[in-house]
Each structure stands twice: as C-alpha cells, then as structure tokens.
Design a protein. Structure first.
Lengths: 336, 129, 127
C-alpha cells in the first residue's frame, strides 16, 4: 500500500478551512484590531512629535520607520478584512448547499409521489394487455417477453421512488444518551462479516474516551451503515478497475472534531471522489455507478438523516487514494 | 361456488379506475369505481361492498377524510389504502383510522389480489355468523 | 415491559424465553411473522426481537408490517449471516438495531432496555 493512502486513513485532520468552526477566527481578530486601531496610530503620532524635536537625520529615520509601520499595519488590516469576508462567503456557501440539498430532497419526494401514479397505470395497462391477448389465444413468446419487460421496468421505477421516499419520513428524532462507539458497533460488525468475504479489512479506531451523547440511536446507525455500504461499494469499484488482487481497507473512527462536537469517520482506500464531483456527492441521484446499479440516493439520504440529528457531514478525498466521510454531531447532554 | 368479492375502487385517476375494474372482473370479482371521497360515499349509501380500495390523496375529499365516514357508513366493509403516497406516517395513520392495510402504487396485480382476498377473509372472520 | 420474540427456531426461542423470564421480563413467543402479527393484533407489546431469516414471511417483511401497524413498537433484528444490504434496509424500515448472532445475552438485554426506553420516550412525545 502506498504512503498516500495513509493520509486518508489518518482521518482526524480533514479539510482545514471548513473543519474549524468559523466564529473562532472572529474572536482572534478582536485583540488584533486594538493593535492596528490604537497602538499603531499612537506610535506614528509619537514618531512625528519626536521628529519635530530632534535632528533632521533622526527625523528622516523616524519618517521611514513610521512609513514602514503604517504600511505594515494597513496590509494586516486588509488581510484580516479579506479573511473575514472569505469566512463569511464559506459560511454562506455552506448554508446555501444545505438549503439546496433540503430543497432537492423535498422536490424529489414530491416527484416520487407523482410518478407512482403513472407507473401504476402503465403496469395495469400491461396486465390488461396480456389478459386480452391471452383471451384471444394470440399470446406469443415475444409479446409475453415485451409485457414482462414492461413489468420489470415498472418495478425498477418503483424501487427508485421507494428509496426516495425515505426522505419523507417525518418522525421526529427521539434522543437517548449513548456512547458513540456502542451506537455504531453493531453496524460495523455486520459490515465486517461481508467485508471479509470481499477481501476488505475493517479497522476500528474508536476514541477510548468516546463521549456519550444525546442522539437518535437507530437514526445514527442508519447513517453509519449507509456510509459503510458506500465504502464497500467504492472498494468493489476499485476491485473491478485494477486487475491485481485488491485488498481494500475501511477505517471507522470516532473522535472529537472540536469543542462540543464528536465525529465518526468512515474512510476507504478505494478510487476516491473526483474533485469536480466532491460538491455533488450528497445530491440525490448523483452516482458514478453504471446505470441500473445503485440509485445514487444512499449518501443524500445519509446527509438528510445527519441534518435531522442536528449534525453535519463532510467529505475529504484524494482521487485514486480513497475517501473519508465524516459525520459531525453536537455534544448535547454529554455527561462530564 | 362462493359469491364474487365486491370491490369498490376509489381513485381520482380515471384510467386507473377503469382498467382496474376490468382486471378485477377478469379475476372473478365484481368491481365498481368512484372518483372521489364524496362519490364513494354516495355509491356506498346505495350498495354494499366487501372491500374498498381507497386512494389517500384526491381532489375534494381525500382518503384520510373519507375513511372514518366510510367506516361509519359501512362498518362491515374492509378498506385497503392503495396509494402512490408512500409515507410510513400516513400508512400508520390510515391503519389507525381503520384501514386493513396500506398498499403502495404501483402494486403488481397478484399482490393486489392477495391483499383484496386477505382483507375479504378478515372481514368474513370478523362478522358473526 | 412486554417483549415479543419472533423466531422459527424452537430451541432458540425456549432458551431466550427462560432467560428473559428469569429477569422478570414479560415475554411471549411467536414462531413466524404471520403469527407475530396475529398476536400483535390482540395485544400490545413494547419491544420485539425478530429473526431475519424465517420461512414464509421473512424478517424484513414482518418488520415492515409491524412498523405500519404498530409504529411505536421497537424492533431489534437478529441475523445469523450478516448481509449489509439487508441491514441497511432493516434500519431504513425503522428497526432499532440489527444484530449479528450469536449475541451475548447481557448485551441483548441492554439493547432491549434501550429500545424500551425509546418506546416510552416516543409514547410520551405522541401523547
């Protein structure tokens, strides 16, 4: 295994910019501002007064010093303002992304409901067609095959709409105090058994002081098993792409991703996500799998579940070296 | 020979109703149709049915509203919710209001026939002889 | 708490029944999904332990019917052969947990208690 893949394995340091909480930057800027708005002007003023009172040579030196000081100060201020603006943009982008996903989710479940009605009519017409032809004694194998194909495609459409409708489960989360690793362990055990058959290693990196949090336990399990399924699928893709014997690895870690936040990361060393697709992995129907294989709903459903739990999701990937999906959860009700 | 099962289809999609009436008739059932909750109540006031297939979302009176009134009018009839509106919450609400089952459209004909027969048998078993 | 055990394996059911009764838990057994639904039609239960692989109506179908009719009841799925797809489906159908057999009894008991707590929270919420 290459050294690169270990970067995806050592997950607990994903995306630098979005990983840290934005308000922190603002707080750090406050003492900085005092420096630029009070200290620098006072120094400049003092320099001018001193220059007036002493020798011209000294005055030139002081002027140069003041010039350097103010120029530096202005630059730093501009930099601070730029960074704040950047952070605000990032926040806005994140908010828009999450609103967009929510809207897309709502839209797709609306469409799913609407599509079920025409699907029902199509399947009935095909049934009636078959019955009519049969009654006339005119059914031939090719026609029977056509009708059966219509039924199969209706079933395929129905599978898609059913999956979409996972979105519309409006049951409010019910929270219980549970430790993170206990909440996810059963899903890991389940996946581990199938993974072994596929030559995939599952490694646990549970935080020994895993916090207990107030969480909807089955909802979290659903999110986790979806991520694990996604990782297994990714490794299967790699298996098919590379001819040589592939040994995939999935690493499941629990860790503290910040003050008041716990996280679960599921990382694989599969083909990873292409940079241009990173922003889209949580969109419903986004899939890199061939048609008919997977509806591309797993990750968007997971994203939706995590938002309902009050958490957020993040993906880090280096194409060709794997991907790491992280669920960040607020540490409400943590016992000290 | 036992009496044919009498089925009322309540759905706002005209073509869905008419084709299903023919399909059920071809399987030895007696079927009639209504296009809304209001129409269903009218039909039910005139004649009895064993099993009622009820759509949840219809213009005018939808299934959710019609269900308790159908049950009031014809307590002996079994109601099967048959709808494209898939939601666990709506399913359990319909069942709580007295529906025998909740089937999702599109539903393969054999599954639907099984559902109708199961509901019919259930209705029979409930009825004192 | 009222617990329903749904499994077609007689031996397993008998052992489990004894162990839960020993813990003073009110437990009833059902040998199939259909029988479980029939029992649930008459009596209310808090938690069910449901075997995934059964002849006739399988565990996932049974789970779906249970959740349709008794949405507040919590269901713990037990499986002998871990299938990821089946697990993902079970969880999306509203199972409380999906556990690979063999499972330590005290661990299972703990899960049953957590599931029961969730049911009570849900009932209180919907009251």
């Amino acid at each position: 295994m290459s050294g690169n893949s270990s970067t995806s394995r050592k997950t607990p340091d994903p995306v630098p910019a979005s990983g840290t909480s934005p308000p922190l930057g603002d707080k750090r800027a406050v003492p900085g501002l005092a420096l630029y708005t009070v200290l620098v002007p006072v120094l400049a003023g003092a320099a001018v007064l001193t220059a007036a009172a002493c020798a011209p040579a000294m005055g030139v030196f002081l002027a140069v010093l003041t010039l350097a000081l103010t120029a530096w100060s202005a630059r730093r201020l501009a930099g601070l303002a730029g960074r704040a603006e950047g952070e605000r943009c990032l926040l806005t982008a994140k908010l828009m992304q999450s609103q967009k996903l929510a809207a897309v989710g709502e839209l797709s479940s609306g469409i799913a409901h609407e599509i079920n009605n025409p699907l029902a009519i199509i399947s009935q017409e095909a049934e009636l067609c078959g019955a009519l032809v049969e009654a006339k004694g005119a059914m031939d194998p090719e026609l029977a095959d056509c009708l059966a194909e219509i039924a199969r495609q209706v079933a395929r459409g129905r599978d898609i709409t059913r999956r979409l409708l996972d979105f519309s489960r409006k049951m409010e989360p019910v929270t219980q105090l549970e430790s993170l690793d206990r909440a996810v362990e059963d899903m890991v055990v389940l996946v581990e058994k199938e993974a072994r058959l596929r030559n995939v290693n599952v490694i646990r990196r549970y935080d020994p002081d895993a916090p207990r949090l107030l969480i909807d336990v089955p909802l979290l399990r659903q999110a986790v098993i979806n991520l694990l399924t996604n990782a297994l699928d990714a490794l299967e893709e790699k298996d098919q792409a590379g001819g040589e014997e592939a040994h995939g690895t999935i690493v499941v870690s629990t860790w503290r991703s910040g003050p008041g936040e716990a996280a679960i990361t599921v990382a694989d060393d599969g083909p990873g996500v292409a940079r241009e697709n990173l922003a889209r992995v949580f969109h419903p129907f986004f899939t890199t799998k061939p048609p008919g294989k997977g509806t591309g709903l797993g990750l968007s459903i997971t994203h939706n579940i995590v938002e309902r739990m009050g958490g957020r999701m993040e993906v880090v990937s280096e194409p060709g070296q794997g991907a790491a999906f992280t669920i960040h959860l607020p540490l409400k009700g943590e016992t000290p | 020979m036992s009496e044919p099962i009498r089925v009322l289809i309540v759905d706002d999609e005209e073509r869905f109703r008419s084709t299903l009436v023919k399909l059920l008739a071809s399987r030895g059932m007696t079927a009639a149709a209504a296009g809304s909750g209001e129409e269903a109540l009218e039909v039910l006031a005139r004649e009895p049915f064993d099993v009622i297939l009820l759509d949840v979302r219809m213009p005018g009176m939808g299934g959710m509203k019609a269900l308790p009134r159908i049950k009031e009018l014809r307590p002996e009839a079994e109601v099967l919710a048959l709808t494209g509106h898939a939601s666990v919450d709506i399913a359990s609400e319909m069942i709580a209001k007295g529906a025998a089952d909740y089937l999702l459209k599109p539903c393969p004909l054999d599954e639907l026939l099984d559902g109708i027969r199961a509901a019919f048998d259930r209705g029979r078993a409930r009825k004192p002889q | 708490m009222k617990l329903l055990l749904i499994d077609d394996e007689r031996d397993f059911i008998e052992t489990m029944e004894k162990r839960f009764k020993f813990r003073k838990i009110d437990v009833t057994a059902a040998g199939s999904g259909a029988q479980a639904l029939e029992i649930l039609g008459r009596e209310e239960f808090d938690v069910a332990i449901l075997d995934v692989r059964m002849p006739g109506m399988d565990g996932l179908d049974t789970l779906k019917e249970i959740k349709k009719r008794h949405p507040l009841m919590e269901v713990i799925m037990l499986t002998g052969h871990g299938s990821v797809e089946s697990g993902a489906r079970g969880m999306s159908l509203g199972a409380y947990d999906y556990v690979l057999k063999p499972v330590d009894f005290s661990v299972l008991l703990d899960k049953v208690e957590m599931a029961y707590e969730r049911k009570l929270l849900n009932v209180a919420k919907n009251a």
